[in-house]
Design a protein around this ligand. Structure first.
Ligand code: GLU
Length: 427
């Protein structure tokens, strides 16, 4: 049975690269009917923080990743690491240096690794110096505790980032010294930033938490991340985790580094937002509005739903909704100053808009059809272009030059607000 694991160190936020590692391990376990286990690598007492641990676990769940069994915590297993290190010491393959226990690396050997993703990798032990197993403060090194625990958790496949390739030969030496069965290793090429360097903070936002805050849907982020390292075939790009579980084949994982493309992620997020039912988006959008400081306590769900319906094909992130649709929720909405100059600093246009507003007063049922008819009549009567009425009106009621269809916006916003704003009564 396949047994894989994800082993986060709770010393910071969950990085996109780590989230991708977790996703692939999870996909592999779920595809094969195996187990996906967690191991918390919190040996660094100073830098580890339960706040990060909670956030990482929460982010994994948010992405749709579940795990089998309770996670194991390295901080609780220090005596096990010491016992294993002393076993190696007793076999004459290590030495003490003060409190530390150090593994003696036998020179002149070549270690061969058959990587699932990269194929054969050979490393000469001449290039590996002696390895600390237990540090003088009593804590284990990453490489040593990793081997002890991968064996303890009976891990069959270790799938992790390329940044660990240089660790793997050292870990193989520990497997040998402890006479343990080797798992198979697969190293995933790192995610690169637009400039070709490893994706890092330097490139902007890199943690799952921040993407969540920016209004990305977990389905979209997970979908995008699995495309960075695996090709589902037949040019398929938008696929759910369930579909990915069915199609996943570890042999199809790419050995080339993938570039992180925020535009593509935004596009994908837009696709998922568009496909969601308005009822599903409603609670997410309400959260956004609250976080952005809008008082929606007396705003009807029905009103918000209509606006969501108008904008779900236009927003790429949930956060964008607030920018696009602020004018539905407050009178002091943001105004595009350039658009204002272009469309509202003109007496003739203002005059057309005034006439439009006057005629709207007489409209009983404030429906988009009725509004459009009046607009068309004015255009015809005055022999002007429709744009000469539409742009100023859009600007006056929304402060924007773009958005959903003007007449739809007007209907939803309601007669009183529309007319007041067109007449410049409330701004
Ligand atoms: N805690 C290590 C990391 O986050 C785990 C590496 C591994 O998967 O072995 O990089």
């Amino acid at each position: 049975m396949v047994r894989v694991r994800f082993a986060p160190s709770p010393t910071g936020h969950l990085h996109l690269g780590s989230a991708r590692t977790a996703l692939f391990n999870w996909l592999y376990a779920r595809h094969t009917g195996g187990k996906f286990l967690l191991r918390i690598e919190n040996t660094d007492r100073v830098r580890s923080d339960t706040k990060f641990l909670e956030e990482i676990l929460e982010n994994l769940k948010w992405l749709g990743i579940d795990w089998d069994d309770e996670p194991i915590y390295q901080s609780r297993r220090f005596d096990v690491y010491r016992e294993k290190a002393e076993k190696i010491l007793a076999r004459g393959k290590a030495y003490r240096e003060g409190e530390a226990i150090i593994f003696k690396v036998e020179k002149g050997r070549s270690i061969e690794l058959n990587d699932i993703i990269h194929g054969k990798i050979t490393v000469n032990t001449d290039n590996i110096k002696d390895q600390v197993m237990i540090k003088s403060d009593g804590s284990p090194t990453y490489n040593f505790s990793c081997v002890v625990d991968d064996s303890y958790q009976e891990i069959t496949h270790v799938l992790r980032g390329d940044d660990h390739i240089s660790n793997t030969p050292k870990q193989i030496l520990f497997y040998e010294a402890l006479e343990l069965k080797l798992p198979q290793f697969g190293h995933m090429p790192l995610i690169l930033g637009p400039d070709g360097a490893k994706l890092s903070k330097r490139h902007g936002v890199v943690s799952v938490e921040e993407y969540k805050k920016e209004g990305f849907l977990p389905e979209a982020l997970a979908n995008y991340l699995i495309l960075l390292g695996w090709f589902p075939g037949e040019d398929r790009e938008v696929l759910s985790l369930n579909e990915a579980v069915k199609l996943f084949d570890i042999n199809d994982m790419s050995d080339v580094q993938a570039k992180f493309d925020i535009q593509k992620l935004k596009w994908m997020n837009g696709e998922y937002i568009m496909k969601k039912k308005t009822e599903e988006l409603l609670p997410l959008i309400k959260d956004r509005l609250l976080v952005a400081g809008f008082d929606i306590s007396s705003v009807a769900d029905d009103y918000i739903s209509k606006i969501v319906g108008l904008y779900k094909i236009r927003m790429k992130t949930l956060a964008e909704f607030v920018e696009l649709a602020d004018f539905f929720f407050k009178d002091d909405f943001t105004v595009d100053e350039e658009g204002k100059k272009k469309h509202l600093d003109n007496e003739e246009k203002k005059e057309s808009m005034r006439i439009f507003a006057d005629r709207l007063e007489g409209l009983e049922a404030f429906s988009q059809e009725g509004i459009e008819e009046i607009c068309r009549d004015i255009v015809e009567e005055r022999g002007i272009k429709a744009a000469a009425v539409i742009h100023p009106t859009r600007m006056a009621i929304s402060g924007k030059t773009k958005g959903a269809g003007l007449f739809e916006i007007m209907e939803v916003l309601g007669k009183e607000k529309v007319i007041n704003r067109m007449k410049g009564l409330k701004r």
